[in-house]
Design a protein around this ligand. Structure first.
Ligand SMILES: [Ca+2]
Length: 253
């Protein structure tokens, strides 16, 4: 079966707050602070949705982390960082496949309680409309029709819930030129020695963090607002993923 990559999206909801035209630079900084506060609230919402029981991960071949372990990992996050889910992996089993499409269709049909297996509805909101509907199902159907998804996209969606049963990494939803963006591993055995983060596209360079528990993405001073830095994350036995980091304008100092 032919493999293909699941393309990452070019932008995220909170990045839109930073990119408004006609905004004064001071107001712009205020908006950025507001966005970061919204972000903290959204992470709190994610914590509330942490599922107590989730299916085993076929790729990782291990039991899912406990609720306490996930809470501890989220509580230890640096301000402004958010956990990422796998776009399209509605049941959080580590794969994007026909099972996810069936769950996405069930979510889109709505009317009643969502299927219990759909632990990450946010992963089904492909068009970031904050609703999971028929258009999202059509998009996933098109993606699956083209072949197996070998490199799924990691994403963050603050307005639709996700249990984050199998979260892997946390990072920022956007960055400004010249910013050092942490990419932090959320599982105990993930380190910079076993997992690699590289720049696939965009004006940035990557280095391992000093503590070895993640990487730092140094966005170039000359990176253009509106552009995107695309990262390739090789997470050892957990697979490869892509993540797109939108570059937004620099706020005043
Ligand atoms: Ca899945």
């Amino acid at each position: 079966m032919r493999s293909r990559r699941l393309r990452t999206r070019g932008g995220f909801g909170l990045a839109d707050v930073d990119a408004g035209e006609g905004t004064s630079m001071r107001a712009h900084a205020s908006e950025r602070q507001k966005a970061r506060r919204l972000l903290a609230g959204a992470v709190g919402l994610a914590v509330a949705w942490l599922a107590p029981n989730v299916p085993a991960n076929a790729q990782a071949g291990a039991a899912p982390p406990t609720r306490q372990a996930r809470l501890a990992a989220l509580a230890g996050l640096q301000e402004g960082l958010v956990p990422l889910f796998v776009l399209g992996d509605v049941n959080e089993d580590g794969k994007v496949d026909a099972q996810d499409l069936e769950l996405l269709k069930a979510l889109a049909a709505a009317g009643g309680a969502p299927p219990a297996a759909a632990t990450c509805p946010a992963a089904g909101d492909f068009d970031m409309s904050t609703k999971v509907d028929g258009r999202d199902a059509d998009q996933l159907a098109t993606i699956l029709k083209a072949g197996r998804v070998a490199q799924a996209a990691l994403a963050w969606q603050p307005r639709v819930p996700c249990s984050f049963a199998w979260f892997r990494v946390a990072t920022r939803p956007d960055a400004v030129p010249g910013e050092a963006v942490p990419v932090r591993f959320l599982r105990p055995r993930m380190t910079a020695a076993t997992c690699k983060v590289t720049v696939r596209d965009g004006a940035a360079a990557v280095e391992a963090s000093k503590d070895g528990l993640g990487y730092v993405v140094n966005v170039a001073e000359g990176a253009k607002p509106g552009s995107t830095v695309t990262l390739l994350l090789n997470l050892a036995q957990d697979g490869e993923y892509l993540y797109s980091l939108p570059v937004t304008p620099v706020p005043p100092r």
